[in-house]
Design a protein around this ligand. Structure first.
Ligand code: NAD
Length: 260
């Protein structure tokens, strides 16, 4: 059983009713953190998920609806949390198209959700972390925060932006007991990746199996998807005392992608 090193801390995880965000929420709660989970929906299932996390891990957990494409909602999420010792900026979407055909509204939406939301939540959370005398900002970037792929202009631009924002956040908090880092996952088989497979099949004229093996995991030398538990474990590590002097950097969890 994981030591409950985060007991007494409150973690706000954006976009956490699915995929990596949910995996990170489980890992932080397993380490004892109380949770505020989030998405843009407001369903009975969303609130039931918070209850399930609380019961499973013996922590408190609340679901707070907020649309991370809206600056006001991002800041309201932190206000409603009331306390935010650990902020995990995870909400993200994807759209795949060549630049001349890339829909403007998709560009704007991806920049808003994948990049600007992290600026707004961080701006609202840092005063709370300073008042509490401890804080961790963990931004879920991507291997696409360090490298590029064709047809993902908005996503790659946003994720490079998240890496830059993480560095600035780290410098502005360097003398506070606060750190900020970006986790850069390679491919993790979650709903955002499932949703890309049909587009990639069309773009490359390939079967599902070939898209997974020859397009997605071709970039990942391990030949395996990373798991949400591995991303969660990395987030817990960044919140542990061993990581107190780790700030302003990236940690790749990508099976060797960025070593290529
Ligand atoms: P996912 O689709 O399973 O999860 C995305 C989450 O964001 C969901 O909870 C969704 O409800 C939420 N979300 C979407 N739009 C939102 C909005 N407007 N407001 C609030 N929440 C919103 O995808 P995932 O793979 O778990 O992705 C999570 C993060 O990890 C993203 O930032 C993604 O870019 C990043 N990432 C994923 C992979 C991968 O291979 N899956 C790799 C690298 C980085």
């Amino acid at each position: 059983m994981t030591e409950r090193i985060l007991a007494g801390k409150t973690a706000v995880v954006t976009g956490s009713n699915s995929g990596i965000g949910l995996g990170v929420a489980h890992a932080l709660a397993r380490a004892g953190a109380d949770l505020v989970i989030n998405s843009f929906t407001d369903t009975a299932e969303d609130h039931a998920l918070a209850e399930k996390l609380a019961a499973e891990h013996g922590v408190t957990a609340r679901y707070v609806q907020a649309d991370m494409s809206k600056a006001g909602d991002c800041r309201a999420l932190i206000e409603k949390a009331g306390r935010c010792d650990i902020l995990v900026n995870n909400a993200g979407i994807q759209h795949v198209a060549p630049i001349p055909d890339f829909p403007v509204e998709k560009w704007d939406q991806i920049i808003a959700i994948n990049l600007s939301s992290a600026f707004h939540t961080t701006a609202a959370a840092l005063p709370l972390m300073r008042a509490a005398g401890w804080g961790r900002v963990v931004n879920i970037a991507s291997a696409h925060g360090l490298t590029a792929s064709p047809f993902k202009s908005a996503y790659v631009a946003a994720k490079h932006g998240v890496v830059g924002l993480s560095k600035v956040t780290a410098l502005e908090t360097a003398t506070d007991p606060i750190t900020c880092n970006a986790i850069c996952p390679g491919y993790v088989l979650t709903p955002i990746i499932e949703a890309q497979i049909p587009d990639q099949m069309k773009t490359h004229g390939m079967s599902r199996e070939d898209v997974i093996a020859k397009v997605m995991l071709q970039r990942q030398p391990s030949g395996d998807f990373a798991t949400v538990d591995q991303i969660g474990g990395t987030a817990v590590f960044l919140c542990s005392p061993a990581a107190d002097q780790i700030t302003g950097t990236t940690i790749s969890v990508d099976g060797g992608w960025t070593a290529l």
